[in-house]
Design a protein around this ligand. Structure first.
Ligand code: ZN
Length: 489
C-alpha cells in the first residue's frame, strides 16, 4: 500500500483592474483556512474515489469580488502565510492553486507568477503544481513554467467553476499517481478582447471552446484550456493563451498549436454579445421597446463600471442620463437603477421611516469621473440587509428606484432585487452595472442592450490608456502576422 499523497490547497482569487481607482484591501476578501477551506470543495464531502488516499492540506484561500488593484500589504500577508505553512508542514507531493489569474497588486506586474515563484522557492522543483483558473486570467511565462498543470473555465458566463477546480485537482492526483510529470504546451495568442465579446453562448467562442472535448479525448492528452485574458490591466502579460497538458509530448504540442491557430483565425468574428450603444441610445431604444409587453423588463448593462469585472461600482454617468429623462422623472416609465455603492449615503438615510423624504448626494466617491456625486431628491422606498451589499436602500425618484449599497456588489440575482421589494418582471427598464447578463437576468430579460458607458472597465478598449501591453495585439493593432510559437515545458 503506497503512502497517501499529500496535496496542499490555497490561493488568492481576484480579478482586479488597473484602470479603476478602487483599491482592494483585506476587507474586501473572504478568507478561509482549515476545515472551512476544505469545505469549499465538494469532491471532499463525500470524498470521491479518485480523491481518497490523499491528505488534503488547507493553506489559506482569499476570494474577493473583482475590484481595483490589491494593496501590497494584504497580498504579501497571504503569500507569506502560504509559504510559511508550506515550509512548516513537511514535504508535499503537490499543490492545488485556486486562483483567478488576473490579480493586480500594487507594484507587481504578474502577481500569480510571483505567487507560484514564492511557492517553488519553498517546495522546490519536484512537487507538481496544478492551477485552476478563470478564463479571464492571464498565463504569464513565469506562471506557465512554475506550474505542471494549468486549466480554466470553459464557459462564460461561468457555469463550470467547481467542475474546473475538481478537474484541476483530479488531474493533479492522476499525474502524481502516474509518477510522470505532464508534458505541457503554451501558445500566447496576440489577442486582447473584453469578456463581453467572447461569451461561449455565441460564436465564435462557442465553437472554439467546443473543440476542447474532442482534443481532450485524444490519446496522450490530459487537458486543454483556452484563456481569453484580462483586458482591464495595463500589464505585459495581458493576452489570450492556450495551454494543453498531456502524457505524450507530440500530441500535446500539436493540440496547442491547433487551438492557437483556430483562435487566431477567428479574431475578426468576435463581436459584442448584445447590441451596443451609448447610454442615451440604449435608453431611446428601451423606451420604444417597452410598449411591447414581451420586451419587458428591458435590461441595459452599464458595462463600463461593472463591479463583476473590477469597476468601482459608483460611477454615476448612466444614472445621470436616466434622471435626465422626463418619462423617468414623471413616473410614466417604471425603472430601476442597480446600483451605486455609497456607505455614507446609505448610513445617512437608512434609519429614517420608509416614505421619508430623501435629499442625498450619492456615488462618485471612489471613481469621481463625470458627473461625480449625484443629488438624489425623492423618498425612501425600502431598506434591506443583503449578504453581499450589506445595508442597502432604495430611493424612489419619480418612476425610478435607485439602489444604494454599503459594499460593492452586483445585482445579478433576482433575489437581490426582491430584498428591496422590487419584482424585476414588473418594471419597464432595469439598468444594472454588469457586462453580459448573468443567467438569472438573462432568463428574466424581455430584451437587452449593452451600454458602452465610461468607467474603469470600459468595454471600448480603444478608450483605455494602455502603455505597457506587448504589441502588436489585436484588435488594438490589426495589420500584423501573429507569432503563434508553441512553448513547451
Ligand atoms: Zn471570468
Amino acid at each position: 500500500m503506497p503512502r497517501p499523497l499529500r496535496i496542499a490547497i490555497g490561493g488568492v482569487h481576484i480579478e482586479s483592474s488597473t484602470f479603476t481607482p478602487h483599491l482592494s484591501t483585506a476587507d474586501d476578501f473572504e478568507v478561509t483556512r482549515g476545515d472551512a477551506l476544505l469545505a469549499r470543495y465538494d469532491w471532499l464531502a463525500p470524498v470521491q474515489p479518485w480523491a481518497a488516499d490523499v491528505e488534503w492540506i488547507p493553506l489559506v484561500h482569499a476570494w474577493a469580488l473583482p475590484g481595483g488593484v490589491v494593496d501590497a500589504t494584504s497580498y504579501d500577508a497571504w503569500s507569506t502565510e502560504i509559504t510559511g505553512m508550506l515550509a512548516g508542514i513537511g514535504p508535499v507531493d503537490g499543490v492545488l492553486l485556486d486562483i483567478h489569474g488576473a490579480m493586480s497588486v500594487v507594484g507587481r506586474d504578474d502577481a500569480e507568477g510571483d505567487l507560484v515563484t514564492a511557492i517553488r522557492s519553498v517546495i522546490g522543483p519536484e512537487p507538481y503544481i496544478s492551477a485552476a483558473m478563470d478564463l479571464h486570467g492571464n498565463v504569464s511565462p513565469v506562471l506557465f513554467h512554475g506550474c505542471d498543470l494549468l486549466t480554466c473555465y470553459r464557459t462564460a458566463p461561468h457555469v463550470d467553476v467547481w467542475e474546473t477546480r475538481e478537474r484541476a485537482a483530479h488531474n493533479l492526483v492522476d499525474a502524481l499517481r502516474r509518477g510522470e510529470r505532464p508534458h505541457k504546451a503554451l501558445v500566447h495568442v496576440p489577442i486582447l478582447l473584453p469578456g463581453e465579446m467572447t461569451s461561449t453562448r455565441i460564436e465564435p467562442a462557442r465553437s472554439l471552446y467546443g473543440r476542447i472535448p474532442g482534443i481532450e479525448a485524444r490519446d496522450g492528452i490530459v487537458d486543454a484550456a483556452i484563456w481569453i485574458g484580462f483586458a482591464w490591466a495595463d500589464q505585459p502579460r495581458c493576452r489570450a493563451a492556450v495551454v494543453v497538458t498531456g502524457t505524450s509530448a507530440g500530441p500535446t504540442t500539436e493540440a496547442a498549436r491547433e487551438l492557437g491557430e483556430h483562435f487566431w483565425a477567428a479574431r475578426d468574428e468576435f463581436a459584442f454579445v448584445a447590441p451596443t450603444g451609448s447610454m442615451d441610445e440604449c435608453l431611446d431604444a428601451a423606451t420604444v421597446a417597452v410598449a411591447d409587453p414581451a420586451r419587458r423588463p428591458f435590461f441595459i448593462s452599464d458595462s463600463g463600471d461593472n463591479p463583476g469585472a473590477g469597476g468601482a461600482d459608483d460611477v454615476t454617468f448612466a444614472l445621470e442620463r436616466m434622471l435626465a429623462r422626463p418619462a423617468v422623472r414623471d413616473g410614466s416609465l417604471r425603472a430601476v437603477y442597480a446600483s451605486l455603492v455609497d456607505p455614507e449615503a446609505v448610513a445617512r438615510i437608512a434609519d429614517q421611516p420608509l416614505g421619508s423624504p430623501v435629499d442625498v448626494l450619492a456615488g462618485g466617491r471612489i471613481d469621481p469621473r463625470e458627473p461625480g456625486p449625484l443629488r438624489l431628491v425623492g423618498t425612501l422606498e425600502a431598506v434591506a440587509d443583503d449578504p453581499d451589499g450589506g445595508r442597502c436602500v432604495s430611493v424612489r425618484v419619480g418612476g425610478l428606484s435607485v439602489l444604494l449599497t454599503s459594499r460593492r456588489m452586483q445585482y445579478r440575482q433576482v433575489a437581490s432585487y426582491s430584498r428591496l421589494g422590487i419584482a424585476v418582471d414588473a418594471v419597464d427598464i432595469v439598468v444594472v452595472k454588469i457586462g453580459y447578463l448573468e443567467p438569472e437576468l438573462f432568463d428574466a430579460a424581455g430584451d437587452w442592450l449593452l451600454a458602452l458607458t465610461p468607467g474603469g472597465v470600459d468595454q471600448d478598449l480603444e478608450r483605455l490608456p494602455y502603455e505597457r501591453l506587448i504589441r502588436p495585439l489585436f484588435p488594438l493593432d490589426r495589420d500584423f502576422v501573429a507569432d503563434l510559437t508553441v512553448v513547451t515545458g
